[in-house]
Design a protein around this ligand. Structure first.
Ligand code: 3HC
Ligand code: NAI
Length: 715
């Protein structure tokens, strides 16, 4: 109805904000695809809209909306490392609030960061059902820098504002209205926004400034309690992070000081965050995760569509992979080697959904709808219509080759055949089929429904269509795909086996497993290497070590302590004992005196007099091993760029995000320093500590890993 009233008046303002009049209402549409980031052109356009609304007597109100699927997704992150260009967003927001004609924001899609700050500066807010309102700056190591901490606290109170800014999670429109962040729900931003604006004008509601709102701050004791509770969580939830602490300070200032003072304070803290290495690291992580999902220069590939997926093997990984596929609305056929294993596999899948329902993460109806797309079989003929098959049987080349022979015999010609192998050569698996161009590695991480990393292992013979389809599938599954070439362990597990060896060498030389785990956690990892081994099961790495024994050089230092534990049957959590011991059913382990005795005996056996290690040295060695192997992978072309290595470690191995990944971190501390460390360590073990040729070259050229984060051919 209001659409019919629209008069189109092409305006002189920047294209990033379209202006049109609807009767006495000026509609400003933010248009900066893909996410309507609030870049310079948008800020200028918004000021022009305000100017026009102020000066044109026929305009009585300004309605702000966004084009496409977003209101506005925040400040334009591409401008972060460039000189700031006026007008600043905080000035734009202040001018919006200062307008003497009502400004109404009608939100559809995402209003995030600076986008929500614009909406909060407006006098009234409508949100379309299902839209998302958030202040996710903390995820980039920042805080809202355009008055957002001050306005959100006044609009929804300290507790809710802290939750919004510290979690970074968006609110739905429905939650936002409950908190008083929006005033009205709608179905369509333009139509309902216009109706709401007409209504406000008819009621002569006038302007209503968020900075003046005080009702939510009426109970100072409640605000202080919320602030104290948030501060108390800092050491555990946000250990070592700068911006969460500053967000809490900003909220405190919002509760106690006038708005203008609060804004000044916020601006100063924003700048502190922006100048911090944590912000650079988190921004790198954000951008790198998006860069890996694009395969540059891949010609000739057509993306295939997926409806039916086969999963071979319903163990830990197969069951998890089946759930990932079912969650993406695909039909899944699980194939096992016999009926009892099939029932076990199917019940593993059902258990995952049962747990989600009992934890209220999923409704019974949705779980049932997903499970209705699952069927089981022990016969390969049933897979003749599958578009994709993912094999997840035991980590044994002959077993996998036998499966692929069957797949080759039964699957349709254009099916993609994938293996979830952790270490094995995909080419050797592909070689037993008549269609090696259709075979690829899809290396999911455990637990598959939770972990976002997906290593896409690309053998030389894989066709472009198969590769682009795998990347498209990853997006559908909500995974972060990283291309990797073929080597033992691909990117992640190959690096892991090197830093594990560095940890084991330190163990034999004098550090305790508990000291090493502590030091690694101190750097920001959620778990240390010995804890991880207990969670994953010591037997898995033991099997890999045995497999590699034949190729191991006699000169190589091989620490046998882990083998001694495995020989006792101490595999970690699942056996109640590993590097730690676990009280019945408990997942948190306690240090184990018997382990320290084994360690001492092994040191004696090989004639090592233990020495002490500081936490700082432990971390330096652990990271140097990681960085050096990451450089080797880039040098060998297994990883496309340093950023691919960073994403693997961030998304799959718990590398602390605020350090940006090992190669970003190496750039920050300086490559000459890393090289110097490796050369020093090499004096004890020159075979293990061999500086990567890439690291040496970059130091010689005074270059960084970042200089190699450019796109080049991947195939
Ligand atoms: N600025 C510039 N580009 C952005 C952007 C932003 N704020 N947010 C996303 N993009 C880009 C992405 O880099 C990507 O570019 P590409 O196609 O070249 O790779 C493209 O938009 C699409 O992004 P996604 O692939 O992430 O698309 P999704 O649909 O999966 O997600 C989203 C959309 C939820 C908006 C997600 O992109 C997102 O969370 N963006 C970041 C939002 C954010 O952090 N905003 C706060 C910024 S800081 C701020 O506002 C400071 C202020 O307080 C002063
Ligand atoms: P698992 O032992 O839990 O499951 C293997 C399943 O395969 C069993 O259910 C078994 O019955 C079935 N199976 C064996 N031979 C079969 C055959 N010929 N046909 C059909 N089914 C058969 O093993 P898990 O841990 O699930 O590992 C599977 C694969 O995934 C391995 O290649 C492993 O390296 C890889 N992987 C494992 C990860 C982990 O953390 N467990 C992580 C990433 C990859």
């Amino acid at each position: 109805m209001y659409n019919n009233e629209l008069e189109h008046h092409p305006q002189v303002s920047d294209h990033a904000v379209h202006l049109e009049r609807s009767g006495n209402i000026l509609i400003a549409t933010i248009h900066n695809p893909p996410v309507n980031a609030v870049g310079h052109a948008v800020r200028t356009g918004l000021l022009a809209a305000l100017q026009q609304a102020q000066t044109d007597p026929k305009i009585h109100a300004l309605l702000l909306i966004g084009s496409g699927n977003h209101f506005a997704a925040g400040a334009d992150i591409r401008e972060f490392n460039k000189p700031r260009q006026a007008p600043l967003l905080r000035d734009v927001c202040n001018q919006i609030e200062a307008s003497n004609k009502p400004v109404i924001a009608a939100i559809a899609g995402n209003a995030l960061g600076g986008g929500l700050e614009i909406a909060m500066a407006a006098h009234y807010r409508l949100a379309v059902r299902g839209s998302q309102l958030g202040l996710p700056e903390v995820k980039l190591g920042l805080l809202p820098g355009a008055g957002g901490s001050q306005r959100s606290t006044r609009l929804i109170g300290a507790a809710a504002a802290l939750e919004l800014m510290l979690s970074g999670h968006p609110l739905t429109a429905e939650q936002a209205i409950g908190l008083g962040l929006v005033d009205r729900l709608g179905r369509n931003a333009r139509v309902d926004g216009l109706a709401y604006t007409h209504e406000l004008l008819a009621k002569q509601c006038g302007v209503r400034r968020s900075s003046k709102k005080v009702t939510k701050l009426a109970d100072p004791a409640a605000q202080q309690a919320a602030i104290a509770a948030a501060r108390a969580k800092l050491p555990t939830q946000f250990r070592g992070l700068l911006s969460p602490a500053l967000i809490i300070d900003c909220v405190e200032v919002a509760c106690e000081q006038p708005f203008a003072t609060g804004c000044q304070y916020e601006a100063a803290q924003f700048q502190r965050c922006q100048a911090s290495p944590q912000h650079q690291a988190l921004l790198h992580a954000f951008q790198a995760e998006r860069a890996v999902a694009k395969l540059p220069n891949l010609v000739g590939g057509t993306i295939r569509s997926f409806t039916q997926v086969g999963v071979i093997g319903g163990g830990t990984m197969g069951a998890g992979i089946a759930v990932v596929m079912l969650d993406a609305d695909l039909y899944v056929t699980l194939l096992e080697r016999d009926k009892p294993s099939l029932f076990a596999g199917l019940s593993r899948i059902e258990d995952i959904y049962r747990q989600r329902v009992s934890k209220k993460r999923l409704s019974v109806t949705v779980a049932a709808a997903r499970l209705a797309k699952l069927r089981g079989t022990v016969q390969y003929q049933i897979l003749d219509t599958a578009d994709l098959v993912v094999e997840a049987v035991y980590e044994d080349l002959a077993a996998k080759q036998a499966v692929f022979r069957e797949l080759d015999a039964h699957c349709k010609p254009d099916a993609i055949l994938a293996s979830n192998t952790s270490y094995l050569d995909i080419s050797a698996i592909a070689a037993v089929t008549s269609r090696p161009q259709s075979v690829i590695g899809l290396h999911f991480f455990s637990p598959a429904p939770v972990m976002r990393l997906l290593e896409v292992v690309i053998p030389p013979q894989a066709s472009a269509g198969v590769i682009v389809s795998a990347f498209a599938l990853a997006r559908r599954l909500g995974k972060i795909p990283v291309r990797t070439g073929i080597c033992d362990g691909f990117i992640g597990n190959r690096i892991m086996s090197v830093y594990r060896r560095a940890a084991e060498a330190m163990l034999e030389d004098g550090a305790s497993p508990y000291q090493i785990d502590d030091a690694v956690r101190g750097f920001g990892f959620a778990m240390g290497p010995f804890q991880i081994s207990d969670v994953a099961g010591g037997d898995i790495a033991w099997a890999t070590r045995k497999r590699r024994a034949v190729h191991r050089s006699p000169q190589e230092r091989y620490v046998q302590i882990a083998d001694r534990l495995c020989e006792q049957g101490w595999f970690g959590q699942k056996t109640g004992r590993g590097w730690y011991h676990y009280e019945s059913g408990s997942r948190s382990g306690q240090p184990e005196a018997a382990v320290l005795e084994i360690v001492a005996r092994e040191r004696e056996r090989v004639g090592i007099i233990p020495r002490s290690f500081s936490a700082e040295e432990i971390v330096r060695r652990y990271l140097a091993a990681m960085i050096n192997e990451g450089a080797n992978l880039v040098e060998e072309g297994i990883a496309l760029r340093p950023l691919d290595v960073d994403v693997v470690l961030l998304a799959g191995y718990g590398f602390p995000r605020h350090h940006g990944g090992p190669l970003h971190y190496a750039d920050r501390i300086g490559l000459p320093k890393v090289l110097e460390d490796i050369v020093t360590f090499a004096a004890e073990d020159p075979l293990f500590w061999r500086p990567s040729p890439l690291l040496i070259r970059l130091v010689e050229q005074r270059q960084t890993f970042a200089s190699l984060n450019v796109l080049h051919s991947s195939h």
